[in-house]
Design a protein around this ligand. Structure first.
Ligand code: PTJ
Length: 246
Protein backbone atom coordinates (compact mmCIF):
# COMPACT_ATOMS: atom_id res chain seq x y z
CA UNK A 1 0.00 0.00 0.00
CA UNK A 2 1.50 3.32 -1.10
CA UNK A 3 0.55 6.23 1.20
CA UNK A 4 -1.07 9.04 -0.83
CA UNK A 5 1.13 11.63 0.87
CA UNK A 6 4.38 9.82 0.04
CA UNK A 7 6.58 12.32 -1.85
CA UNK A 8 7.19 9.76 -4.59
CA UNK A 9 3.68 8.26 -4.60
CA UNK A 10 3.16 8.72 -8.36
CA UNK A 11 6.43 7.10 -9.29
CA UNK A 12 5.78 4.20 -6.88
CA UNK A 13 2.29 3.71 -8.29
CA UNK A 14 3.73 3.54 -11.81
CA UNK A 15 6.09 0.79 -10.63
CA UNK A 16 3.11 -1.08 -9.17
CA UNK A 17 1.30 -0.77 -12.51
CA UNK A 18 4.24 -2.38 -14.29
CA UNK A 19 4.61 -5.14 -11.70
CA UNK A 20 0.88 -5.83 -12.03
CA UNK A 21 1.34 -5.88 -15.83
CA UNK A 22 4.15 -8.39 -15.38
CA UNK A 23 1.90 -10.63 -13.24
CA UNK A 24 -0.77 -10.45 -15.94
CA UNK A 25 1.69 -11.51 -18.68
CA UNK A 26 1.64 -8.10 -20.34
CA UNK A 27 5.11 -6.87 -19.32
CA UNK A 28 8.30 -8.89 -19.88
CA UNK A 29 10.49 -9.27 -16.79
CA UNK A 30 13.13 -7.32 -18.74
CA UNK A 31 10.53 -4.56 -19.09
CA UNK A 32 10.87 -3.89 -15.36
CA UNK A 33 14.60 -3.30 -15.81
CA UNK A 34 13.94 -1.08 -18.84
CA UNK A 35 11.58 1.01 -16.71
CA UNK A 36 14.30 1.49 -14.07
CA UNK A 37 16.58 2.84 -16.77
CA UNK A 38 13.82 5.19 -17.85
CA UNK A 39 13.28 6.38 -14.26
CA UNK A 40 16.95 7.38 -14.00
CA UNK A 41 16.64 9.62 -17.07
CA UNK A 42 13.35 10.97 -15.77
CA UNK A 43 15.17 12.30 -12.66
CA UNK A 44 17.69 13.96 -14.94
CA UNK A 45 15.01 15.80 -16.93
CA UNK A 46 13.21 16.91 -13.76
CA UNK A 47 10.24 14.53 -14.16
CA UNK A 48 8.33 17.01 -16.30
CA UNK A 49 7.53 17.64 -19.93
CA UNK A 50 10.16 20.08 -21.18
CA UNK A 51 9.72 22.69 -23.92
CA UNK A 52 11.65 20.55 -26.46
CA UNK A 53 9.35 17.61 -25.58
CA UNK A 54 6.28 19.79 -26.11
CA UNK A 55 7.63 20.74 -29.55
CA UNK A 56 8.17 17.07 -30.41
CA UNK A 57 4.66 16.22 -29.20
CA UNK A 58 3.21 18.88 -31.51
CA UNK A 59 5.21 17.59 -34.49
CA UNK A 60 4.21 13.99 -33.66
CA UNK A 61 0.53 14.96 -33.52
CA UNK A 62 0.80 16.72 -36.89
CA UNK A 63 2.62 13.75 -38.38
CA UNK A 64 0.02 11.22 -37.20
CA UNK A 65 -2.82 13.42 -38.47
CA UNK A 66 -1.30 13.80 -41.94
CA UNK A 67 -0.52 10.12 -42.48
CA UNK A 68 -3.79 9.53 -44.33
CA UNK A 69 -4.69 6.66 -42.04
CA UNK A 70 -1.43 4.91 -42.96
CA UNK A 71 -0.02 5.23 -39.45
CA UNK A 72 0.51 2.39 -37.00
CA UNK A 73 0.93 2.57 -33.23
CA UNK A 74 3.35 -0.22 -32.30
CA UNK A 75 2.64 -1.48 -28.80
CA UNK A 76 5.00 -3.41 -26.53
CA UNK A 77 4.42 -4.74 -23.01
CA UNK A 78 5.47 -1.62 -21.08
CA UNK A 79 3.38 0.70 -23.25
CA UNK A 80 0.30 -1.54 -22.94
CA UNK A 81 0.61 -1.75 -19.16
CA UNK A 82 1.24 1.96 -18.60
CA UNK A 83 -1.32 3.67 -20.85
CA UNK A 84 -3.72 1.30 -22.66
CA UNK A 85 -6.61 3.77 -22.61
CA UNK A 86 -4.60 6.61 -24.18
CA UNK A 87 -3.16 4.32 -26.88
CA UNK A 88 -6.70 3.41 -27.95
CA UNK A 89 -7.76 7.09 -27.81
CA UNK A 90 -4.81 8.11 -29.98
CA UNK A 91 -5.73 5.46 -32.54
CA UNK A 92 -9.34 6.66 -32.59
CA UNK A 93 -8.46 10.33 -33.07
CA UNK A 94 -5.84 9.78 -35.78
CA UNK A 95 -7.31 6.73 -37.54
CA UNK A 96 -4.04 4.87 -36.90
CA UNK A 97 -3.98 1.09 -36.55
CA UNK A 98 -2.68 -0.64 -33.43
CA UNK A 99 -0.14 -3.45 -33.78
CA UNK A 100 1.41 -5.57 -31.03
CA UNK A 101 5.15 -5.91 -31.60
CA UNK A 102 7.32 -7.49 -28.95
CA UNK A 103 11.02 -7.95 -28.42
CA UNK A 104 10.45 -10.85 -26.01
CA UNK A 105 7.70 -12.33 -28.11
CA UNK A 106 5.42 -15.06 -26.77
CA UNK A 107 1.92 -15.76 -28.00
CA UNK A 108 0.64 -15.63 -24.42
CA UNK A 109 1.91 -12.06 -24.00
CA UNK A 110 0.61 -10.99 -27.40
CA UNK A 111 -2.86 -12.22 -26.50
CA UNK A 112 -2.78 -10.62 -23.03
CA UNK A 113 -1.79 -7.26 -24.58
CA UNK A 114 -4.50 -7.54 -27.24
CA UNK A 115 -7.10 -8.30 -24.55
CA UNK A 116 -5.91 -5.34 -22.45
CA UNK A 117 -6.27 -2.95 -25.40
CA UNK A 118 -9.68 -4.40 -26.29
CA UNK A 119 -10.82 -3.70 -22.75
CA UNK A 120 -10.42 0.00 -23.61
CA UNK A 121 -12.23 -0.29 -26.94
CA UNK A 122 -9.55 -1.30 -29.46
CA UNK A 123 -11.28 -3.03 -32.34
CA UNK A 124 -8.71 -4.48 -34.68
CA UNK A 125 -5.41 -5.23 -32.98
CA UNK A 126 -2.86 -6.32 -35.58
CA UNK A 127 0.28 -8.46 -35.30
CA UNK A 128 -0.97 -11.18 -32.94
CA UNK A 129 0.09 -14.80 -33.55
CA UNK A 130 0.13 -15.90 -37.21
CA UNK A 131 -1.06 -12.41 -38.28
CA UNK A 132 2.56 -11.24 -37.92
CA UNK A 133 3.52 -13.13 -41.06
CA UNK A 134 5.73 -10.53 -42.74
CA UNK A 135 9.36 -9.73 -41.91
CA UNK A 136 11.32 -6.51 -41.65
CA UNK A 137 14.51 -6.95 -43.66
CA UNK A 138 17.86 -6.67 -41.81
CA UNK A 139 16.44 -7.52 -38.40
CA UNK A 140 17.21 -10.69 -36.54
CA UNK A 141 15.24 -10.09 -33.33
CA UNK A 142 11.63 -11.17 -32.82
CA UNK A 143 10.68 -7.59 -33.54
CA UNK A 144 11.24 -8.36 -37.25
CA UNK A 145 7.86 -10.14 -37.42
CA UNK A 146 5.18 -7.67 -38.45
CA UNK A 147 1.66 -7.65 -39.81
CA UNK A 148 1.58 -7.34 -43.63
CA UNK A 149 -1.43 -5.03 -43.31
CA UNK A 150 0.13 -2.92 -40.53
CA UNK A 151 3.73 -1.89 -39.90
CA UNK A 152 4.96 -3.40 -43.18
CA UNK A 153 2.89 -1.00 -45.31
CA UNK A 154 2.63 1.94 -42.89
CA UNK A 155 3.93 5.39 -43.80
CA UNK A 156 4.32 6.47 -40.19
CA UNK A 157 5.12 4.23 -37.23
CA UNK A 158 4.88 5.26 -33.59
CA UNK A 159 7.34 3.12 -31.63
CA UNK A 160 7.54 4.10 -27.94
CA UNK A 161 10.24 2.51 -25.72
CA UNK A 162 11.88 0.92 -28.69
CA UNK A 163 15.21 -0.72 -29.38
CA UNK A 164 17.63 0.96 -31.78
CA UNK A 165 17.84 -1.88 -34.31
CA UNK A 166 14.21 -1.77 -35.31
CA UNK A 167 14.06 2.02 -35.38
CA UNK A 168 17.01 2.07 -37.76
CA UNK A 169 15.46 -0.67 -39.91
CA UNK A 170 12.11 1.18 -40.12
CA UNK A 171 13.88 4.40 -41.11
CA UNK A 172 15.80 2.48 -43.82
CA UNK A 173 12.45 1.20 -45.11
CA UNK A 174 11.46 4.84 -45.69
CA UNK A 175 8.95 5.13 -42.88
CA UNK A 176 8.50 8.21 -40.72
CA UNK A 177 9.31 7.09 -37.18
CA UNK A 178 8.03 8.73 -34.00
CA UNK A 179 9.29 7.55 -30.63
CA UNK A 180 9.01 8.30 -26.92
CA UNK A 181 12.31 7.68 -25.15
CA UNK A 182 13.54 9.21 -21.91
CA UNK A 183 17.13 8.70 -23.06
CA UNK A 184 18.01 11.44 -25.55
CA UNK A 185 21.24 9.68 -26.57
CA UNK A 186 19.78 6.24 -27.30
CA UNK A 187 20.11 4.90 -30.84
CA UNK A 188 16.33 5.04 -31.14
CA UNK A 189 16.22 8.69 -30.06
CA UNK A 190 18.87 9.58 -32.64
CA UNK A 191 17.50 7.50 -35.52
CA UNK A 192 13.84 8.51 -35.24
CA UNK A 193 12.37 11.45 -37.17
CA UNK A 194 10.53 12.73 -34.10
CA UNK A 195 11.73 11.88 -30.59
CA UNK A 196 9.67 12.82 -27.56
CA UNK A 197 12.12 12.82 -24.65
CA UNK A 198 9.60 12.30 -21.90
CA UNK A 199 8.04 9.66 -19.70
CA UNK A 200 5.45 7.68 -21.64
CA UNK A 201 2.95 8.27 -18.83
CA UNK A 202 3.14 12.04 -19.44
CA UNK A 203 3.82 12.02 -23.18
CA UNK A 204 0.83 9.95 -24.27
CA UNK A 205 -1.90 12.02 -22.57
CA UNK A 206 -0.20 15.17 -23.91
CA UNK A 207 -0.09 13.66 -27.41
CA UNK A 208 -3.78 12.76 -27.19
CA UNK A 209 -4.75 16.33 -26.29
CA UNK A 210 -2.45 17.83 -28.93
CA UNK A 211 -3.93 15.63 -31.69
CA UNK A 212 -7.40 16.68 -30.50
CA UNK A 213 -6.36 20.33 -30.66
CA UNK A 214 -4.80 20.03 -34.14
CA UNK A 215 -7.47 17.81 -35.67
CA UNK A 216 -9.45 19.78 -38.23
CA UNK A 217 -6.53 22.11 -39.08
CA UNK A 218 -5.73 22.24 -42.75
CA UNK A 219 -3.11 19.87 -44.17
CA UNK A 220 -0.82 22.77 -45.16
CA UNK A 221 -0.42 24.12 -41.63
CA UNK A 222 0.07 20.61 -40.22
CA UNK A 223 2.81 19.91 -42.78
CA UNK A 224 4.44 23.23 -41.85
CA UNK A 225 4.66 22.11 -38.20
CA UNK A 226 6.45 18.92 -39.32
CA UNK A 227 8.81 20.74 -41.70
CA UNK A 228 9.82 23.25 -39.02
CA UNK A 229 10.68 20.48 -36.55
CA UNK A 230 14.37 19.52 -36.38
CA UNK A 231 14.90 16.34 -34.33
CA UNK A 232 18.67 16.72 -34.06
CA UNK A 233 18.41 20.27 -32.70
CA UNK A 234 15.57 19.30 -30.39
CA UNK A 235 17.58 16.38 -28.95
CA UNK A 236 20.59 18.57 -28.36
CA UNK A 237 18.34 21.03 -26.46
CA UNK A 238 17.10 18.16 -24.26
CA UNK A 239 20.68 17.10 -23.62
CA UNK A 240 21.73 20.66 -22.76
CA UNK A 241 18.91 20.83 -20.20
CA UNK A 242 20.20 17.64 -18.55
CA UNK A 243 23.78 19.00 -18.48
CA UNK A 244 22.68 22.32 -16.99
CA UNK A 245 20.46 20.58 -14.43
CA UNK A 246 17.16 21.58 -16.13
O1 PTJ B 1 7.45 -5.86 -24.35
P1 PTJ B 1 8.69 -6.22 -25.11
O2 PTJ B 1 8.93 -7.71 -25.14
O3 PTJ B 1 8.66 -5.67 -26.53
O4 PTJ B 1 9.94 -5.56 -24.39
C1 PTJ B 1 9.94 -4.16 -24.13
C2 PTJ B 1 11.27 -3.64 -23.56
C3 PTJ B 1 11.03 -2.22 -23.05
C4 PTJ B 1 11.71 -4.55 -22.41
C5 PTJ B 1 12.31 -3.68 -24.68
O5 PTJ B 1 11.86 -2.90 -25.75
C6 PTJ B 1 13.66 -3.20 -24.20
O6 PTJ B 1 14.50 -3.94 -23.73
O7 PTJ B 1 13.85 -1.88 -24.35
P2 PTJ B 1 15.25 -1.14 -24.04
O8 PTJ B 1 16.24 -1.46 -25.12
O9 PTJ B 1 15.64 -1.29 -22.62
O10 PTJ B 1 14.86 0.36 -24.32
C7 PTJ B 1 13.86 0.99 -23.66
C8 PTJ B 1 14.11 2.51 -23.75
O11 PTJ B 1 12.95 3.11 -23.25
C9 PTJ B 1 15.29 2.98 -22.89
O12 PTJ B 1 16.02 3.97 -23.59
C10 PTJ B 1 14.62 3.58 -21.64
O13 PTJ B 1 15.34 4.69 -21.13
C11 PTJ B 1 13.29 4.05 -22.23
N1 PTJ B 1 12.20 4.04 -21.25
C12 PTJ B 1 11.94 3.16 -20.26
N2 PTJ B 1 10.81 3.47 -19.59
C13 PTJ B 1 10.31 4.57 -20.21
C14 PTJ B 1 11.19 4.94 -21.27
N3 PTJ B 1 10.95 5.99 -22.07
C15 PTJ B 1 9.83 6.69 -21.85
N4 PTJ B 1 8.95 6.40 -20.86
C16 PTJ B 1 9.15 5.36 -20.03
N5 PTJ B 1 8.27 5.10 -19.05
Amino acid sequence: MIPADHPRAKSLRTRETLVDGFRRNIVAVEGLIAHGRGEAYDYLIGERTSIPSKKAIRAAAASLLTSNKKAVLSVNGNAAALCPKEIVELAEITGAAIEVNLFYRTEQREKAIKAELEKYGAKNVLGVGPAASAKIPELSSERRRVDPTGILVAETVFVPLEDGDRTEALVKMGKAVITVDLNPISRTAKAADITIVDNFIRAIPALVSETRALKGKDEKSLKKIIQKFDNKKNLSRSLKMIRRGF
